[in-house]
Structure formats: C-alpha cells, structure tokens
Design a protein around this ligand. Structure first.
Ligand SMILES: *[C@@H]1O[C@H](CO)[C@@H](O)[C@H](O)[C@H]1NC(C)=O
Ligand SMILES: *[C@@H]1O[C@H](CO)[C@@H](O)[C@H](O)[C@H]1NC(C)=O
Ligand SMILES: *[C@@H]1O[C@H](CO)[C@@H](O)[C@H](O)[C@H]1NC(C)=O
Ligand SMILES: *[C@@H]1O[C@H](CO)[C@@H](O)[C@H](O)[C@H]1NC(C)=O
Ligand SMILES: *[C@@H]1O[C@H](CO)[C@@H](O)[C@H](O)[C@H]1NC(C)=O
Length: 852
C-alpha cells in the first residue's frame, strides 16, 4: 500500500497514516471462526479493495470502511457503522455465533452494527473485487443468493456495477447520502435518490428540499445531463421494468477507476482515476450552473444559460410576477395569456430541452409519437408530450397532465430533446406570441393535430404537420453551456481560419512531418491591432515585457506580450520553446494563440481576458466584494488545478517561478487562468531543480530557499501558491502587509490566528456573509501547509488539489510558516538586469539584483 521509495509520496503517506493504525495482516474471508480486529484488513481476491477500521481526521472514532487497495491516497467508498462509531478503540467484525449475522461489536461486546437478518446455515463474509462486501452461504457463490451486500446499502459513493434505484422483490430503494463533513462519515443532509413515480428520475435533495434533478432517462441519457454519452470506457444503464427500476454504470477498462459521489456540501461528482496520471480527476459534476437549480424559472418557465436573463416564459406565457421577474427572480414562474380550447389546441415543438419534472407524467412505451400526440390532445389536462425514448428516431410516449416545471433549454449541439407544448390555436398562427420577449432564434415548429369533429366514437387518426414558422437557423447552436469554451474557440478559429487575416500562416515542422501548428502572426497585423503599441492599449508590464490589448479586424480581442529584446535566445530556440508552451492547454491556463518573430521583435499572442488580473479585484476596496466566498474558493481550486497541470500532468514539467495574484487572469466568468508560465523556458532555463544565477520572482511570494539560494523546484511554486491562497482568503497582500504589529507579515498573522483557533478571522469581510466555515478553514490550513519553511514539509500540488476538493483527505496540521520577507536575499551578478529599456519594469516582477 505504501511505497516508501517515492519521495513525493511522502505526504500521501502521512495522510494515509492518519487513518490506518497499522497494516500488518490481511485476510480474505470472515467466517464464524475468523474475525476482523484492530489492525487487520479484509482484502478482495484480486487486491482491488480493502476493508478495515479507520479513524477519520483527528477524531478517536473508529469505523469499518472500504477503500481502494491500489490507490495510495485512502479513498473511502463505503462505511458500515457511519452513524455508530466505535469510541477510542477498534472493535470486532465477525459472524455472530448467536444469529449468524455479520456484526460489529465494541470492546465490551455491545453490537453497534449488524446485517440484521434472520440467517441459518454457515455464512461467510467476503469483499469482492468490485468493492461489494457480501455475506453468503459458504458453499454458494451465486450472486442471486447473497444474503446481504453492501451494494444494497450504499453510503455516499456509487461504484461501477452498483444499482441506484428500486428493487420490487425486496422493496429496497438504494440511494447515496453524503457524509456530514470531511471527517465525519455519519449520515449527512444530501442524498441522490431515484423517484420511481411517473417517468422515473433522480433527485438531489437536502433533507426535504430538492436542489437538482437529473431529468428522466430518455433511452440515451438523463434528459438533464447532456454530457452523458456512453463513451468508452463508460457504459451507462437504465433499467425500468416490473421487477426493478435502476441506474447503473460500468467501466470496460479495468485500469480506470470511477466513482459517483455525493459530497457533504451537496455536489454530485464523478471522479475517475487513470493509473497513468495517478490522481483522481473530476470528470463531471452537478449542479453545474444556475439552470441546474431546481425550479429556477418556476412554473412554465424555461431556463437558458445562453440567454440573459436566464429565465424565459414558454411561448404563450408571461411572468406571473413581473416585478420579481425583472429583478431576476423567476421562481414565481409564468401564466398563460390566451385560453386553451381543448378541441382546437395545437402543439408547439420546443427543441433541445430538458424534459419537465415528470413525477406525475404518464408513460406508455408502446405508443409512437403520433399516437402520443393524439392521446395528449384528447386529454384536456395534458399540457405536453414527448417521446419516452429518443434512440432510433424515437419511440414511446410520455404525457404531462400537470403544470410544467423545471425545463431548460440546451444548445442544439449539446443535447436535450423535442417537447410538444400544448398551445391555443391562436398562438400557433401568430408569430412572436406574447410572453417570449426574447427572440432567441431557437428553431420552432408548430404542429397541429387534426381535431375531432364532435364527440362521436372512434375516429381515424390523422396527423397533419404544418410548418408555420420559417425555420431559422439557430445562431446559438455552437455555443456551449460550459461558457468559457465558446469565446476561446472562436478566437482560435479566427486566428487559424479567417481569411481577413491572411498573414497568419500555418507552420509545419522542417523535417516534413506535421507538427503542432503554432500560428505565426505578421508584425504588421500586430502593429495595426495594437494601434502601434499605443499607451492606450497597454494592459500592463512585467519582467518579460509589456502587454498590449489588440483588436483584430473582425473585433476579436487578443493580448500581445512584447518581450524584452534581451531574452537571450535565438529565433529557432525561441520558436521551439513557444511551440512547446502553446501545447500546454488547460482551462486554468491562459491560452497561447500564436507568436510573432520579426525584425528584432519577439511577441507572444494570448487570448484576451476580460476581467484582467486577480489582484485588481482582490486588493481593491470596491471590487473585493465582487469576489464572494464561493468565487474565491473556485478561484483557489482553479489555480491549484492549473498549477498541478504544469507540474505533473503536462508532457513536461513546468515550474512557474513567478506565481502571484497579478499573474492570475480572470475570464468573463471569473474563471482563473494562470499566465506567464513557461517564461523560464523561453528565457532559457529548464531543470526541475537548479541553482540559478538569475533569480526571477516576486517579493512576498518567493520561498525561502528560492530567495536565499536561488534554488527552485516545484515546491517553490507550492510556496507561492500558499501565499496566494492566504491572500485570496484574506484579501490582503503578503507584501506590504501591516497589521497593528508591523512585525507580522500575512503568513505569520494567519498562522497566529490559526494557532489560536481564530483562523476564520483571517477571512476577508468583503467575501460576504455566505460561506462555508469548513471550506475557509481548509483553505487556510492548506495555505499554511504550502508555506512551510522546508520544501519537504510542503505538499505537492496533487495533494493540494485533493485536500481542497476531497473529503477523504485529512489535512495535516501545519507548523510555523517559513519567512522570506525580512531577510535580504543574496546579491547576484549584474547580468540579470535584462529589461526592456522602452518599458521600465518596476513594481510587478523584481529580480533579486535590484532587491528593494
Ligand atoms: C496490531 O498492531 C500492534 C502494534 O502495531 C501489534 O502489537 C499487534 O500485534 C497487532 N495485532 C495484530 C492482531 O496483528
Ligand atoms: C433490525 O431490523 C429491525 C426491523 O427490521 C429494526 O427495528 C432494528 O432497529 C434493526 N436493528 C439494527 C441493529 O439495525
Ligand atoms: C430505446 O430504444 C432503443 C432502440 O429503439 C432500444 O434498443 C432500447 O432498449 C430502448 N430503451 C428503453 C429504455 O426502452
Ligand atoms: C485502459 O486505460 C489505460 C489508461 O488510460 C490505457 O492505457 C489503456 O490503453 C486502456 N485499455 C483499453 C483496452 O482501452
Ligand atoms: C388525463 O391524463 C392523466 C394522466 O394520465 C389522467 O390522470 C387523467 O385522468 C386524464 N384525464 C382525462 C380527462 O382523461
């Protein structure tokens, strides 16, 4: 389990040791004569999973849990006695000699947990390689005959092969429920549970309150999870018949792990682990955006993240409470303007929607869409209908004979499906019907179903479809709910394809083989776009040169970094480095779009970030309040992920060396993006750890070993990250931080409060009232760990990401932080004053030589 050889696993070991007392012996079966005590574990046959006692966090509570055997960082997938911990010492897990049940008793013999069945025979308990802990008769391995299985009693995690849902035979409805907190596995507030009524779907609830729903299964995916595709290695399964209704997933590749977990703050997350990257990766999560919030737009409202405001009324409806609606509160929903007339109503097709709440819907798998329409039309309380299964052109019928709630609009490329909304005849014929002020350009068609002539008997079913609206091509089709991808892709397409910029050439490798093509951009294009590098276009300046905003002819915005002339590298070398850097692509890194090397000039062209840099918000009295806690936490996690990518996940290891608030840029949605990475490479230094003469860094962010000895490693980036985290939490600069006692810098100030149990006071009051105290404390603790004096005491970024985002990681106690402020760094030779004369570099990035 523990690999002592790897230095960088050191931290993980520490974390693991928090949980495990000692791993001396393991067994494969619990029998009436073989039980599990203190430091023994039960191992699955293929050593995939392990079961044993653990104590989370710094508590003295012992639980029986199951975790991945092959993953160093202990990740729990099941807990037996989540609400009945053993106090102070582990107990015994055994087959009871009284009633043959699997029981957990404490040291006094009191039963804390039991499989609680009536059992005869000779049962044994075994942990299977899929993570299922089972009780079976010793001579019967047939899964149908298991006496008891942990898969029927999940805690917060769904594993491949597990069924989430209902079993008619046992009456069991299996669902997952969050832990109470990071180190408390007891039953928390959030669950994810299948509702088998109507057209079944899964609800995420906090106690009684619904927060999110998956939407019903439409044959391909949940109607509200457009991202769900059975891409290899995943298969998703939804079974609905008389015996059972359940959702399940599976993996075809055994070297990939995946789990669906409901977190204690109410997020549903899918994590995957691929052995090659050795880390959990957040694959999917919900709720994801405003439109995922349950009933965001009320009754007969529809939510569209690509529209502003996000709520619209369905065609033929207007806001019920216009005042609230205009204040962006859509919860009162919409009311119908015209009157329905059962006999003459028609149906309007809404494309690409998440189906409305369907707990009361009626489903008939044997009807086709036409029959469904007729059926709906005949039932005057039917408000709409849809195919129940959209695969293979669509089959089955669902009708809604109730008010419609919680619909959302997806872009055409994303998903959703057709929904047929009942509207009065008048609304079909009159374009731009009341209630839809927006003219969003979504394609709309109207169909009329031939009515009945009088009330007589059986009628021929005829369906006439009229296309009354001219079909408009959806302009929004390409945009993406994930938001930040849209503009980025556009700008790149622009650079690569737009004929109005003939100067951008595709570049291929000299040796003929097609290499990554980095667009080379003409100097003249840049000069025009930046208005000849005018001061008005200047965005900022740094140690490597000035940055200008450029606007290309079609209005696309770019940021141009004009490098100082003395970058010390030849053209080819430079181009090669830039090409490498441009390949680093991550949503938390500023994207390099191209470069320009002409005459004496070297320039890098980046995507333009609307919201400039983090420091402009963080340290500004007026703008600080725009960063509420949730946003700050997201920013911290985003930076951590970006840095992890640089350190570990990218093809080659990049040490940033100058991470700081002004190097974190924010896009339109305030997503953080790290900039200026790879500069060390471009400027000709590349080793993972090296003693360098030319120390580049910024006061207040430099680790002691870097400032003092010029020694840099990934751990010096971790130090800078720690400073950044504390700055984001506190809204205060480390550099130039003076509390009443000006001996304290931000690090020691945070440390002092933390040690006195007043850590929460570190938090910036501008971050608002609504925050999770445990999240804030976790950030402070992680921040302090990152700024430890000795590099080996600092976690690496993968541990940081895990500690920030995962409740299975316990965060070790930090020690006194390291200081580099206050010490004078060593002097260096003068070869380091390499700055562009035309652009004086002062505050932002300092080299040690001009040590101020
Ligand atoms: C459990 O661990 C302790 C201390 O490491 C050891 O003394 C004891 O023998 C172990 N017990 C078993 C049953 O392995
Ligand atoms: C066992 O089941 C019974 C009824 O099903 C229940 O009342 C009892 O509390 C359960 N006992 C334990 C220890 O879970
Ligand atoms: C949906 O339709 C496809 C093909 O028509 C069929 O294979 C599949 O079993 C159906 N799914 C459900 C849930 O009925
Ligand atoms: C399984 O996943 C691993 C890791 O991603 C990959 O290297 C391997 O090729 C995959 N195997 C198959 C059969 O897809
Ligand atoms: C309309 O359909 C709903 C749902 O199937 C049903 O409950 C209701 O009785 C129907 N009403 C009429 C008038 O048929």
């Amino acid at each position: 389990m523990i690999n002592t050889a790897h230095h960088h696993n050191h931290f993980r070991r520490l974390i693991c040791l928090f949980f495990i007392i000692s791993l001396t012996t393991s067994i494969n079966l619990i029998t009436p004569t073989q039980f599990l005590t203190g430091n023994q574990t039960l191992l699955s046959a293929g050593e995939q999973f392990e079961l044993g006692f653990f104590t989370p966090g710094n508590t003295n509570n012992y639980y029986i849990g199951i975790w991945y055997k092959q993953i160093d960082l202990q990740t729990f997938v099941w807990v037996a006695n989540r609400d009945k911990p053993l106090r102070n010492s582990p107990g015994i897990l055994k087959i009871s000699s009284d009633d043959n049940n699997l029981v957990l008793t404490d040291s006094t013999g009191k039963t804390l947990w039991s499989s609680n069945l009536s059992i005869n025979g000779n049962p044994v308990a075994e942990l299977l390689d899929n993570g299922n802990f089972i009780l079976r008769q010793s001579n019967d391995e047939d899964p149908e005959n298991y006496l008891w299985q942990s898969f029927d009693h999940p805690t917060d995690t769904m594993l491949p092969g597990m069924k989430l849902g209902w079993d008619a035979k046992s009456g069991l409805n299996r669902y997952i429920t969050s832990w109470k907190s990071i180190d408390d596995p007891s039953t928390g507030d959030y669950s994810f549970k299948l509702d088998i009524n109507g057209f079944p779907e899964i609800y995420l609830t906090k106690k009684q309150r619904i927060d999110y729903r998956s939407g019903p299964w439409n044959g391909l995916r949940f109607s509200g999870v457009p991202e769900m595709t059975s891409n290899s290695p995943f298969t998703f399964l939804f079974v609905m018949n008389q015996d059972e209704v359940f959702y399940s997933f599976d993996l075809s590749n055994t070297s990939v792990y995946s789990r669906l977990i409901i977190r204690h703050w109410g997020a549903l997350q899918r994590w995957t682990w691929i052995s090659t990257t050795s880390d959990w990766n957040l694959f999917w999560y919900a709720p994801k955006d405003q439109c995922d919030d349950y009933r965001e737009c009320g009754v007969y409202g529809i939510c569209d993240t690509n529209a502003s405001p996000v709520c619209k009324c369905l065609k033929g409806f207007v806001p019920r409470n216009l005042q609230a609606w205009n204040l962006r509160d859509g919860s009162d929903g919409c009311v119908r303007v015209g009157d329905l007339d059962c006999g003459s109503d028609g149906f309007l097709i809404l494309h690409n929607v998440k189906l409305p709440e369907s707990g009361t819907a009626f489903v008939d798998m044997n009807m086709n869409l036409n029959e469904c329409g007729v059926f709906c039309k005949r039932n005057c309380s039917c408000m709409g209908y849809s195919n129940a299964n959209i695969t293979g052109g669509g089959t089955g019928c669902v009708i809604w004979a109730a008010d419609l709630y919680d619909m959302r609009q997806y872009a055409a490329a994303e998903g959703g499906q057709d929904f047929y909304l009942r509207v009065p005849q008048g609304d079909l014929e009159q374009q731009g019907a009341v209630g839809s002020e927006d003219d969003s350009g979504k394609t709309e068609k109207i169909i009329k179903i031939a009515g009945f002539t009088g009330g007589i008997g059986i009628l021929l079913v005829g369906l006439a479809i009229f296309l009354l609206w001219r079909k408009r091509k959806s302009r929004n089709a390409q945009s993406n709910i994930l938001g930040n991808r849209g503009p980025k892709e556009r700008s790149q397409d622009f650079l690569l394809n737009t004929p109005t910029i003939p100067s951008i050439r595709e570049h291929s490798g000299e040796n003929g083989e097609e290499e990554f093509d980095l667009p080379l951009i003409d100097l003249s294009t840049i000069v025009i776009s930046t208005n000849n590098f005018s001061d008005a276009n200047k965005l900022g300046q740094g140690g490597f040169g000035c940055v200008y905003k450029g606007i290309l002819t079609e209005g696309e915005e770019i940021a141009v970094k004009r490098l100082s002339k003395s970058s010390g590298q030849g053209i080819e070398e430079f181009k090669n480095e830039v090409k490498l850097i441009a390949r680093l692509q991550h949503r938390n890194l500023v994207r390099l779009l191209g470069c320009c090397v002409e005459m004496e000039e070297k320039m890098l062209i980046y995507e333009y970030m609307e919201n400039k840099s983090l420091d402009s918000f963080l340290f500004n009295k007026d703008k600080g309040s725009l960063l509420d806690w949730q946003r700050r936490f997201k920013i911290i996690c985003g930076i951590a992920r970006g840095l992890l990518y640089l350190h570990q996940d990218s093809r080659f290891r990049i040490i940033h060396r100058d991470l700081k608030a002004s190097n974190i840029l924010l896009d339109k949605e305030m997503n953080p993006k790290i900039s200026d990475f790879g500069m060390a490479r471009i400027f000709g230094a590349d080793q993972t750890e090296a003693n360098t003469k030319r120390v580049v860094g910024t006061y207040g962010y430099m680790s002691p070993e870097y400032a003092m000895d010029g020694l840099f490693s990934v751990k010096s980036d971790v130090f800078s990250f720690g400073v950044l985290v504390l700055e984001i939490v506190s809204g205060k600069k480390n550099r130039g931080f003076y509390q009443t006692n000006n001996q304290l810098n931000l690090l020691s100030y945070a440390w002092k409060l933390y040690r006195e149990g007043r850590g929460i006071e570190v938090m910036d009051s501008a971050a608002g009232e609504s925050f999770s105290g445990s999240e804030v404390m976790r950030c402070i603790q992680v921040g302090l760990l990152c700024v430890q004096e000795h590099a080996e005491d600092r976690p690496n970024m993968s541990t940081v990401v895990l500690m920030l985002s995962s409740d299975c990681a316990s965060v070790p106690q930090p020690k006194h932080p390291g200081y580099c402020l206050g010490r004078r760094p060593v002097e260096n030779d003068s070869s380091s004053s390499k700055q562009d004369e035309s652009c004086t570099v002062n505050q932002v990035t300092v080299t040690v030589i001009d040590g101020r």
